[in-house]
Design a protein around this ligand. Structure first.
Ligand code: SF4
Length: 363
C-alpha cells in the first residue's frame, strides 16, 4: 500500500473485517519479526465502544491475532485517557484487560511513562517516550465528532501519547497547532480507523451513529481529510489537518487518492436505537431498510446543516433505504437505492459532504 492509498471495509463483524484488510494489504511487509509494535487505541474515557467514544476491542483483537499469526510477539497496547479519567479503569471497562490476558499482550498506561522532549520548529513538545521508541506504531482512532476541533480521528488521537500537563498546555496554545506538530514528532506507521460506531458530536460519546466501516491507510493527514468529508466537513474546516499538511506530515489530496472499497455487499440495515439528538435529526428523514453506512452519512450531514443554522430551512422529508429501490417518487432520495426519485444524491453509501453541498444549494 502506498501513502496515497486508503482501503475501506464495510460490515458488522469488526474483527473479521480488520483481519481481512490486513491479510489483503500485508501492511507489515518488511517489518522484522522481533520488531516492537505499539497499538494506540482511543480510550479517552472509561466507556464502552457502544457509547461512540472508544475503539472497539474487537478491532484490536483482530489486529493482534493477525500480527501473532504472522510471527510478531513484541506487541504493547499503549494509551493515556483524558485528564480526570483513569487509563487503568478505561482498560478494564473497555474490554482491554481481557484482551491483554487472552493474547498475552501488555497494557501500558502512558500516564506513568517517562517522557522525551522533541523540538519541532519553534515548539518544544513533551511526548511519552515509549511511543517514540516503538519500531512500528499502529494508531487505532475512532471516527467521531469533537466539540472544539469539529472532528477527531488519526491526527488528534495522538494526543493520548503525551503527559497530562502537556494536554492542559495544548489547550492554552490553540489545540490545532500542537496537534499538528505532535504528529511531526511522533510518526504513526499505520492508521486503522474504527468507523463502526463513532459519536456524532462529542469525543466522550453519548450520541453514537453506526457507520459500519474500517478505514486503513499509511498517511494520517490523508485519512483525516477523507474522514472529514465522510462527516460532512470540508478539509479547510479542520485547521490541524491543514497545518499538519504544511509541516509535511502528509497530504490532503483526497481527490487524487486511490480508495479501494471492500465488503460493500456486507452493508447492514440500522441496528442501534437512536439517541435523542439523532432522533431529532431523523425527523427530517423517511427511512426504510437503510444501511447504517448510508443513514450515518445522512445524520452527519443533517448535523452539519444544524451547526450552520440551516436545518430549519429544510421543509421536505428526505428518503433513504433499500425499500425505495423500485420507486420513482417526487422528492429527494439519498443513495443509489433512490436513483429513480425526482431528486437524488448518488453514492452507495454517499459522503456526508456531498449531501451537505447539495442541501445547501437547494434549501
Ligand atoms: S444506497 Fe442503498 S444499498 Fe447503498 S448504502 Fe444506501 S441504502 Fe445501502
Amino acid at each position: 500500500m502506498q501513502k496515497n492509498e486508503i482501503a475501506v471495509n464495510y460490515g458488522k463483524d469488526a474483527k473479521k473485517m480488520v483481519k481481512e484488510l490486513l491479510a489483503e494489504l500485508k501492511m507489515e511487509k518488511g517489518l522484522k519479526k522481533d520488531a516492537s509494535i505499539g497499538l494506540k487505541p482511543n480510550l479517552v474515557v472509561s466507556k464502552k465502544a457502544s457509547s461512540g467514544a472508544t475503539t472497539s476491542p474487537e478491532i484490536v483483537e483482530g489486529v493482534i491475532e493477525y500480527l501473532q499469526e504472522q510471527g510478531y510477539s513484541n506487541i504493547t497496547i499503549m494509551e493515556s485517557s483524558w485528564i480526570g479519567d483513569s487509563t487503568t479503569k478505561a482498560f478494564k471497562v473497555c474490554g482491554y484487560e481481557e484482551i491483554s490476558k487472552k493474547y498475552n499482550v501488555p497494557l501500558l498506561d502512558l500516564k506513568k511513562d517517562k517522557t522525551k522532549t522533541i523540538k519541532i520548529k519553534e515548539l518544544t513538545l513533551e511526548v511519552c517516550a515509549s511511543v517514540h521508541e516503538v519500531d512500528f506504531l499502529i494508531n487505532l482512532p475512532v471516527l467521531k465528532g469533537h466539540c472544539q476541533t469539529r472532528m477527531t480521528c488519526a491526527l488528534k488521537n495522538m494526543k493520548g501519547c503525551i503527559p497530562d500537563n502537556e494536554k492542559r498546555r495544548y489547550h492554552t496554545i490553540g489545540l490545532h497547532k500542537p496537534i499538528a506538530y505532535l504528529n511531526k514528532a511522533l510518526k504513526q506507521d499505520l492508521t486503522i480507523v474504527d468507523g463502526m460506531m463513532g459519536d456524532l458530536t462529542f469525543e466522550e460519546g453519548g450520541t453514537p451513529v453506526e457507520m459500519e466501516r474500517i478505514i486503513i491507510g499509511k498517511d494520517p493527514v490523508l485519512i483525516d481529510s477523507y474522514v472529514a468529508e465522510l462527516m460532512g466537513y470540508s478539509i479547510e474546516d479542520v485547521d490541524y489537518i491543514n497545518i499538519a499538511a504544511e509541516l509535511g506530515v502528509g497530504s490532503t489530496d483526497v481527490a487524487n487518492a486511490i480508495i479501494t472499497e471492500y465488503g460493500k455487499e456486507n452493508k447492514n440495515t440500522i441496528g442501534i436505537k437512536d439517541s435523542n439528538k439523532v432522533s431529532r435529526l431523523a425527523k427530517h428523514v423517511v427511512q426504510k431498510d437503510a444501511c447504517s453506512a448510508c443513514y450515518g452519512s445522512l445524520i452527519h450531514a443533517l448535523q452539519r446543516l444544524e451547526d450552520k443554522g440551516k436545518l430549519g430551512r429544510l421543509k421536505e422529508k428526505i428518503y433513504i433505504g433499500q425499500a425505495f429501490q423500485k420507486e420513482s417518487l417526487e422528492g429527494l432520495g439519498i443513495g443509489l437505492c433512490t436513483k429513480e426519485f425526482s431528486n437524488n444524491i448518488m453514492g452507495c453509501p454517499p459522503k456526508a459532504k456531498d449531501i451537505v453541498k447539495y442541501l445547501e444549494e437547494k434549501i
